[in-house]
Write a protein that binds this ligand. Structure first.
Ligand SMILES: [Mg+2]
Length: 251
């Protein structure tokens, strides 16, 4: 059995995905010009419903992705450009897919710190979908030599029960659970690092794994309070890695 795995989310945790999201939003505003005004109105009111999928909370409005696309889905439904919330989200995500590779991401951490981290455990990136896009980005970013392990199809957004919850977020995510269970059978210790608490951390936290949260401008206060009261380390990705290296330095 291998010693430890550091399980990272990709977008928003190891790379910035803001350019991509802004590009998708612009594409929608060009395709449906009537949407932008209402979107901006709701944006000012700060009332995003987050990512609702099949009636479940896939994510609180807690990052650019869930916050702004949540608002966009709401406006698409309101203005009858879509037959329902799920349909609105698939419209958005299909567009997102087309534009994904066209927009480059920036690395949020130093390559040297990833190399350091890889010395004390395996860096594993767990992605919602298939990993070919991430592999292409790894090559383009010049970090292929780090030896990051990629695990795909985790569909962290797929929820099948409203209970139990962590900070009001349902933790029952069967596909992600399968991925984590497999990693737990391979490694003595599994830690999870993510920028979206709902998708990345709610489940591993409820399983008792150590989690590290990378908050952002959209992070709701209630989530910060939850992390503080549960001793969840919160900082940007660089600091999270530094903190892990400090804790495990030398072995
Ligand atoms: Mg993310």
């Amino acid at each position: 059995m291998k010693k430890r795995a550091f399980v990272f989310d990709w977008d928003g945790t190891l790379v910035s995905c803001n350019k991509r999201i802004e590009t998708v939003l612009s594409a929608f505003f060009i395709a449906y010009p009537s949407i932008e005004g209402r979107f901006l109105e709701l944006l000012r009111k700060n009332v995003s419903p987050g990512w609702i999928r099949k009636g479940y909370i896939a994510s609180l409005p807690e990052d650019l992705f869930s916050f702004e696309f949540g608002l966009l889905a709401q406006v698409l439904v309101e203005q009858s450009q879509s037959t329902g919330v799920d349909h609105a989200w698939s419209m958005i995500l299909n567009r997102f897919k087309e534009l994904y590779l066209a927009n480059q991401s920036d690395l949020l951490v130093d390559k040297s710190s990833l190399i350091q981290l890889q010395k004390i455990g395996d860096i594993v990136v767990v992605s919602n979908s298939d990993t070919s896009n991430i592999q292409a980005e790894i090559n383009r970013l010049g970090i292929d030599e780090v030896g990051i392990r990629l695990v795909g199809n985790a569909a962290k957004y797929k929820v099948d029960k409203t209970e139990p919850v962590a900070c009001g977020v349902p933790v029952s995510r069967p596909q992600y659970n399968e991925v984590l269970t497999k990693l737990l059978s391979e490694y003595k210790s599994v830690q999870v690092i993510g920028d979206n608490f709902s998708c990345d951390l709610a489940l591993p936290f409820s399983l008792g794994l150590q989690v590290h949260y990378v908050p952002n401008d959209y992070t709701p206060r209630v989530l910060k309070k939850f992390c503080l009261s549960n001793d969840i380390y919160m900082s940007n990705s660089k600091q999270v890695i530094e903190n892990i290296l400090k804790n495990y330095g030398g072995n």
